[in-house]
Design a protein around this ligand. Sequence first.
Ligand code: ADP
Ligand code: ZN
Length: 296
Amino acid sequence: MYYGSLEAGGTKMICAVCEENGKIIEQVSIPTLSPEETIPKIIDYFKDKDIVALGVACFGPIDLHKDSKTYGYITSTPKLKWQNYPLIPTLQKALSIPMGFDTDVNGSLLGEISFGSSKGLENAIYITIGTGIGGGVISNGKLLHGMLHPELGHMLLVPHPKDSFAGNCPFHKNCFEGMASGPALEKRYGKKGIELVNQKEVWEIEAYYIGQALCNLILTLSPERIILGGGVMHQEQLFPLIRKEVATQLNDYLKTKELADLDHYIVPASLNDNQGILGCLQLAIDAKKESSLNLR
Ligand code: ADP
Ligand code: ZN
């Protein structure tokens, strides 16, 4: 039995066919242009693949409320051509199979807890630090949606005493994304992250912001583990610096077995950049199960 995965990103749409055990049989990448150009290619790809369900993890904001008239829509995205686009309704009409839908970051988190090194955890957070910053949350075994879905990349942060950069988020300036995303690094230093590898202070300041955001999340959501992915986190020297910041900033306020072992508490993504695709697989598996239950 085959399942379809669609990781819908702002620059590319990764489509894949997978087996229930997490094996990716094949995958293609389709550039994200306008819906009129891109969606027919996605439908064409999946149409003759004999998949029993499709899981879609998508850039946001998106409507995840199943009883909403605009369920499955991409809503107020800054990507103008995709604003108010009925993604799931359109795919559903063309493919007529059960579909699961969630944010891109909840998708990556689901991949990690279903198939990765965080398998089985019921309280965890996945954060991507790349062009933007976003995070997925699972709490008591349920992916957190709430009013809309968490947008934890936009929490406000206190500037580092040695940092005069004002932040580049168009909405909040010095939020997490405004201070610590790839483009924030590039704007602050006039060079891309990859070209700053040997500049110690760059990564100390970066770790200060990531550490601060992680402390806020630890204190508000009580995760059992935090997984960090995205382009900027390819700088592996960040991990020990972030762990140190978290320890310093929490200042022994919390004492748990998880926090006593920060090397296993703050960890890199574990699925070779396939966490999103495998999360979509799990969304598809869950959607198939739910539809079978409904048919009984
Ligand atoms: P996206 O967020 O667009 O899906 P990525 O997660 O790859 O894609 O993030 C891209 C951002 O990460 C860019 O700003 C880029 O400069 C930065 N980046 C990518 N690779 C590295 C690296 N090895 N070191 C530091 N920064 C990187
Ligand atoms: Zn912001």
